[in-house]
Design a protein around this ligand. Sequence first.
Ligand code: GLN
Length: 547
Amino acid sequence: MARYIFITGGVVSSLGKGLASAALGALLQARGYTVRLRKLDPYLNVDPGTMSPFEHGEVFVTDDGAETDLDLGHYERFTGVSARATDSVSSGRIYSTVLEKERRGDYLGKTIQVIPHVTNEIKDFLKVGADEVDFMLCEIGGTVGDIEGLPFFEAIRQFSQEQPRGECIFMHLTLLPWIKASGELKTKPTQHSVKELRSIGIAPDVLVCRSEGPIPQKERDKLALFCNVRPDSVIAAQDLKSIYEAPLAYHREGLDQAVLDAFNISPAPKPDLTRWEDVYDRIFHAEGEVRVAIVGKYIQLEDAYKSIAEALTHGGMANRVKVKAEWIDAEIFENEDPAPHLEGFHAILVPGGFGERGTEGKIKAAQFARERKIPYMGICLGMQMAVIEAARNMADLTDAGSEEFDHEAGGKRFTPVVYHLKEWVQGNHTVKRKVGDDKGGTMRLGAYTAHLVEGSKVAEVYGSTEIEERHRHRYEVDIKYREALEEKGMVFSGLSPDGRLPEIVEWKDHPWFIGVQFHPELKSKPFEPHPLFADFVRAARDISRLV
Ligand code: GLN
């Protein structure tokens, strides 16, 4: 049975709880332990799949097809452990399961209550796969005191009492604000936050305190005294230049040691941090910079494309260059020449997206990259736009478009080069969907295999002709246009195993133009950059050195 580490937050949100959890996971691995990380989110959506990227940031998709919180992306990037559907849960999912059971009569006429029915459901979630790892790290979303969060706090309290003594610890993340006028670091908000936590029966073992600068010993002692933790369990989390510094920084601060001490693990196995030292070295000793334009729609909130930004950074690390990603709103050049906006970039990336808004701009970006021979990566919608551009401008299908936009507008305007997929093969069964199905979870989601054409650019980049990547989309490029487009030099270089669904397209006479129907960014790690991102940045670097 795993040991459990519960990670909670206080004072304010956005302190980097997910990052702290992920970094702790990486440090435990560095000491030879196996870990799994989990996120418990108090919101009432069943999953984040239906939330706007503007509200919630990116939806992270797991191999087994769950739409989850972007923190699971952090977990994977730091630990390399592939997240599963059972690593993320929300209040909405818990309540919907409880209510389904109630309707089925599973509770045998009982009155359904938060305690025990909802808390039991949460505890069952915590136990899944507990035999597989040494440590289970469970992060509770939001901050202590949030109304929605209460059942989760109550459940972890009960859980810790039901486990053998010493097998669960609590780590609490707070903020120490710096008051400029008096030149002081304030501990009071943290004291209040811990008081709140203790009032619901949870006493933190480790306090992680975010602060702009170092925490003097005096404040550490005060925090230890008033919050009832040991002085060496007060861990400072200072602002970092790169998130990938976090494992080394937390290790220097003694986080992993404090955690192992709290479990009474002695002597603690020595850590091997070479992986993170190499990552650090690659980030902070980069030579040169490449500029990549990301032409998208959700540009106000960088978290909307979190994994793409990270995968580009990893691609830079693979080539020891810094990648400067600049976000460009596709709408601004829908009715004008994109050249003034795109010139000067060493590569263009069109990411995934939903809806018609901005798509004409993305099509222009694909055209610009094709004609000017600038490296182009199209991800999901970005691939679909590249194919529509090719159909319109190279294959005389001037009204080529996507059925997605016709559905949205409620009328037929385009030749559907990209069409709504209603039936496809997953493993050894067929999945069926209707246009009007519920919005949640009705996409082609999760890992699917693709076969790559031998001798193609992608086969060379992957070093393989069979790959598995994660999907999240409803629409597909229609295979019936393959011949017409291949005649013009666009190669359909990756296909679903049954040959019906185009997974990858590339232009033959182009230094680097690849569109993929899947999301390679979800599998990239700092210590294992995704081959597509590594090679895309390599191509951008080569161009940057020419000019
Ligand atoms: N909107 C497109 C589809 O559903 C693309 C989705 C995406 O880019 N993730 O097929």
